[in-house]
Ligand binder design. Structure first.
Ligand code: AHR
Length: 324
């Protein structure tokens, strides 16, 4: 009995030391602040992506978020990242508007020991230790899927097939990947020619303006296919085609990336021909990675979301409804 209290005291001191150490080295979710910078709000896809991320973080007890929206400007994103570093957030999450120009600020985050998760769009860097992981889509695969549809759809055509490509933001990873993947596939047959490739910045107003000018100049002549890098630009293009008495989906074969509900409806109504899914719901996967970082567990460097292709060559009546 005379040893009982000294031993108990030692145990308490030892255990409290362990807990204190654990608190020092491994932040629990309770103290974790996430600095999240979204690139803008240019499309319904983007709105859904932001919602998915913010809802997922806010639903986790103890996780806190500092949110900034960069209004389509890289300099605003860099400023936001620097403010997160100054605030000493625990983890930075951001969707880079363009691929290049991130090394300096990411080096600053690394020097401050803040892990960075890149969401949706990729960056181009020689030093991939500057970020912990990437969560998003395989844009080259999306482009290849669009290309495979074209090969299939025009397999009985012998004449030249002219393609107008409505591209996303210049130097953004979806615009680069969707173009490269597409060209890799269609270049197997020389009858396919991309006659125009114009950037509409992923915005409805720009898609509308580009197609209006194009129709004013040449009508639908020389536009067998419209390959549009996102649904928002496609919606603008469709509006202008209808204004010009051109039947989208019939006079011009339309391929659109994103697969939001309006575009699935358009596919089912024969207004477009192929919808390539780009999944905006990255919130759950993000939470999984945040917990792995907090608990110092191994993390998959590149995490891709599940995505599908819907086309008029298949039964489109069975497509389930989208979340946005
Ligand atoms: O980065 C993903 C792309 O950006 C989506 O396809 C598009 O709709 C968004 O604006």
């Amino acid at each position: 009995m005379k040893y009982f209290f000294p031993i108990l005291l030692c145990c308490i001191i030892f255990l409290s030391g362990c807990f204190a150490k654990q608190n020092e080295e491994t932040p629990s979710a309770k103290d974790t602040v996430i600095g999240y910078c979204q690139l803008g709000d240019e499309s319904s896809w983007r709105t859904q992506n932001t919602k998915s991320v913010l809802t997922a973080i806010e639903n986790q007890q103890g996780l806190q978020v500092m949110y900034q929206e960069a209004k389509q400007k890289q300099e605003n994103q860099i400023k936001a990242l620097r403010s997160f570093i100054a605030y000493q957030v625990d983890i930075i999450v951001f969707s880079p508007i363009v691929e290049t120009g991130w090394d300096t600020v990411l080096q600053e985050a690394q020097n401050a020991d803040i892990p960075v998760i890149i969401l949706d769009r990729k960056i181009s860097t020689d030093d991939d230790t500057l970020f912990t992981c990437f969560i998003g889509s395989d844009f080259t695969l999306q482009g290849e899927r669009a290309g495979k549809y074209v090969l299939q759809k025009f397999k009985r055509h012998n004449d030249t097939v002219s393609i107008v490509e409505l591209s996303g933001t210049v130097n953004s990873s979806p615009a680069i990947g969707r173009h490269e993947g597409f060209v890799n596939v269609i270049s197997s047959d020389s009858k396919f020619v991309i006659t125009e490739n114009i950037s509409g910045d992923f915005m409805l107003s720009r898609g509308k303006e580009i197609i209006r000018k194009r129709l004013e100049a040449h009508g639908a002549e020389g536009m067998d296919i419209l390959y549009s890098h996102n649904d928002e630009m496609t919606l603008g293009a469709i509006e202008e085609m209808l204004n010009y008495g051109i039947s989208p989906g019939e006079d011009v074969v339309i391929i659109s990336v994103d697969a939001q509900q309006t575009m699935i409806d358009n596919l089912q109504n024969g207004i477009i021909n192929c919808s390539i899914e780009c999944n905006p719901n990255s919130g759950k996967l993000l939470i999984y990675s945040i917990y792995n970082i907090i608990n110092e567990q191994p993390i998959e460097k590149y995490q891709y979301l599940y995505e599908q292709v819907f086309t008029d060559l298949n039964d489109v009546s069975v497509i389930s409804s989208r979340e946005y």
